[in-house]
Design a protein around this ligand. Structure first.
Ligand SMILES: [Zn+2]
Ligand SMILES: [Zn+2]
Length: 242
């Protein structure tokens, strides 16, 4: 009788932990919250006040950094959660390489929440365009992580996602380690854009690294009639380190 009661108690605790509460995606402890426990949520190193063009943290009331005043990027706004470091780096890695699409639910939802709470922007974008993968890479991975990130944003903000506008038609080698001009020529002709009538779009990437890929896509979007392109990403690395 005692063994049965202990077993029932264990099963109950297990079910509470794994089914009814769920495990925090970061610390893997049972939590009542959605996907991430309140302790981990409070510890996230989210950017608070940053240059709205390049993501550099800013002090004071300015909204744009000195570098961007002198030499602004081709996009009109950058909306990001954090620098590319622990623990979001691990979540993005688990999404891309371990197919943990739950991480995309969390990250996309956080990006949408941040936009809703922090961005005083009366002009809501019309559509989300995920950065495309070449079909071969998408087939190998099983999904495009940017499309997965778009889903919770669409749910939260009601902005539709169109994955058919931008296509990657050439499989390009990994960009890391190449010079800026090498990266640009590498990407030239790698993308195709379908006819569309959107004027204000979100270009959604998981991590903005050197900015070359998004710059190329923003260039294409502006040439196709977009008046404003906002780049949204979970993290950024050193955008100006080119
Ligand atoms: Zn946690
Ligand atoms: Zn800046």
């Amino acid at each position: 009788m005692r063994i049965k009661s202990i077993l029932c108690n264990c099963l109950y605790r297990l079910s509470q932990a794994r089914i009814f509460k769920g495990l925090c995606l970061l610390c893997h402890q049972p939590t009542d919250a959605d996907l991430i426990c309140s302790w981990c949520a409070e510890e996230l190193p989210l950017l608070d006040h940053y240059c709205y063009l390049c993501g550099t943290p800013l002090a004071g009331h300015s909204s744009i950094c000195g570098v961007c005043i002198g030499s602004p990027p081709i996009w009109d706004r950058l909306h990001i959660l954090a620098d590319y470091e622990f623990p979001l780096q691990g979540l993005i890695h688990s999404l891309k390489y371990q197919r943990k699409t739950l991480a995309a639910h969390l990250l996309g939802k956080m990006l949408a929440d941040m936009y809703e709470h922090n961005v005083e922007d009366l002009q809501r974008p019309e559509v989300i365009l995920p950065v495309p993968l070449h079909w071969r890479r998408q087939w190998k991975r099983g999904f495009n992580q940017c499309q997965e990130l778009a889903r919770p944003i669409t749910q939260r903000l009601g902005i539709p996602c169109r994955a058919d506008i931008l296509k990657r038609v050439r499989h390009t080698p990994v960009q890391a380690g190449l010079s800026k001009s090498e990266r640009h020529s590498n990407l030239l002709h790698a993308f195709r854009i379908s006819p569309h009538a959107f004027k204000h779009v979100i270009l959604l990437d998981d991590v903005v690294t050197t900015g070359t890929t998004v710059s190329t896509l923003v260039q294409l979007l502006k040439a196709s009639g977009c008046e404003r392109v906002d780049v949204w990403a979970i993290c950024r690395t050193q955008l100006r380190g080119e």
